[in-house]
Ligand binder design. Structure first.
Ligand SMILES: CC(C)(COP(=O)(O)OP(=O)(O)OC[C@H]1O[C@@H](n2cnc3c(N)ncnc32)[C@H](O)[C@@H]1OP(=O)(O)O)[C@@H](O)C(=O)NCCC(=O)NCCS
Length: 398
């Protein structure tokens, strides 16, 4: 008989539920590895396409493998017309994450690979999702502004094509390179909430699109993908403050939190935040919008000072802190910051889905089925006295 272990851990913090070969975090030392490679090296030297290939296939591509992969992604960019029709009929004030979450199952229904349970077919589905999520995000943004979606440009890279579809202008090459680096930085992060949601769904043998739909739902929550937009809201709110230190002291004194600081796993500087900090300084200077970086640095400095006074030296900027000014300077509205996160994380989600489906890191696939302790109404094993609808009215207390 299978052994049952009676351990309760609300929120599953620190509980190991699977093996993975995709990414690794050392929170004490601020280290993040994708398939064994340091995030810093990947962000400095590799494109998001190389990183997506790495995450999906296990190692960095050779030149011809990368060319073939990029070509596949480019060929898969076109979104079926019936999906665009749905977008055109959505209320214009619909939240972009809801719209995106609704579109993914629509992409599934016309995919000939949908029910082919081979690794190759799943990689092809992953490529289509990586290619089409940016197209959907940009299309929705234009449609809600009363504009028509634009066709992809095959001469452009993944990030350049997104900026073109989004802004409708020839993309700024340097900005596209920065966006590409942001996509690399957000591509995977072990068993975060959305990745776990994807893996849990496909552990039932549901298809990849069902898993990714769940991942988008989990990412839409403000404790997960929504934090950078809230950082930017905070920066807007304090833009005209003369006394940032006083504002923060007040905020923290009232039990508030500084958005973009602190992390459930990193107890030192998030390695991705270091990159984004440098990027927001450089990008802001080049575009002539330095004030957002300066403001962020002031918040960081005053926040660290306040935390230090309380003996909390492990609350430091996380990936969302400096990605907020970066995306703002790139012209990304607040409600599209999380969809951009999804454009990147979809690579990680798909890799985890494949790893889960084909048990690539453990002996065999397993259906996730945790237990919950029942703390509700209980009248013994024979059940509570059942009363019909008519008598329930009179006997149930108000
Ligand atoms: C991310 C986060 C939820 C992780 O927190 P955690 O490691 O689970 O720790 P807790 O939420 O239990 O917080 C531990 C303590 O630090 C404080 N703390 C943590 N992050 C804080 C922040 N950003 N601002 C103010 N206080 C913070 C908590 O108030 C708590 O204090 P207490 O022990 O006096 O009650 C938390 O740091 C946070 O809310 N950050 C802001 C939101 C954010 O940036 N999210 C994106 C994460 S990538």
């Amino acid at each position: 008989m299978a052994q049952t272990v009676n351990v309760k851990n609300v929120g599953l913090r620190g509980v190991t539920v699977a093996d993975t070969k995709i990414s690794f975090i050392d929170g004490e030392n601020g280290i993040l590895l994708y398939r064994g490679y340091r995030i810093e090296q990947l962000a400095e030297n590799s494109s998001f396409m190389e990183v997506a290939f790495l995450i999906l296939n296990g190692d960095l591509p050779k030149k011809d493998e990368l060319d073939a992969f990029e070509n596949e992604v480019r060929k898969a960019r076109e979104v079926p017309e019936y999906v665009l029709e749905v977008l055109k009929n959505c209320p214009k004030d619909a939240a972009p994450m809801d719209v995106l979450q609704g579109c993914v199952p629509l992409l599934a229904v016309s995919d000939p690979d949908l029910n082919k349970e081979t690794r190759e077919a799943n990689v092809r589905m992953a490529i289509k999702l990586i290619a089409r999520i940016p197209v959907l995000v940009a299309a929705w943004h234009r449609i809600r502004k009363g504009l028509g979606p634009l066709p992809s440009d095959d001469s452009l890279t993944h990030a350049e094509n997104f900026l073109w579809l989004f802004h409708g202008e020839k993309p700024d090459k340097e900005m596209a390179l920065d966006l590409d680096t942001c996509l690399t930085l957000h591509a995977d992060h072990t068993f975060n909430a959305s990745t776990f949601a994807c893996r849990e769904v496909v552990s039932t043998r549901a298809h990849m699109y069902a898993g990714v739909t769940a991942g988008i739902g989990a990412l839409s929550g403000s404790l997960h993908g929504g934090a950078n937009a809230r950082v930017m809201k905070m920066l807007f709110g304090i833009e005209s403050e003369n006394d940032i230190a006083g504002w923060l002291k007040n905020e923290l004194g009232g039990g508030g939190r500084i958005m973009g600081m602190g992390h459930a796993v990193y107890k030192t500087m998030d390695p991705r935040a270091r990159f984004l900090k440098a990027m927001s300084a450089r990008l802001g200077k080049r575009i002539g919008q330095e004030r957002w970086h300066e403001l962020s640095m002031q918040v960081e400095k005053c926040g660290l000072e306040e935390f230090r006074k309380k003996g909390k030296t492990d609350i430091l900027p996380n990936v969302d802190f400096y990605s907020a000014p970066v995306y703002h300077i790139m012209g990304i509205p607040l409600d599209l910051m999380t969809p951009i996160f999804a454009m990147s994380r979809v690579a990680g989600w798909c890799a985890h889905i494949i790893e889960e489906k084909f048990a690539e890191a453990q002996e065999k696939p397993a259906l996730y089925r945790p237990k919950a302790e029942y703390v509700g109404q209980y009248c013994g094993l024979s059940g509570c006295t059942y009363e019909g609808l008519e008598t329930r009215e009179n006997t149930r207390p108000e």
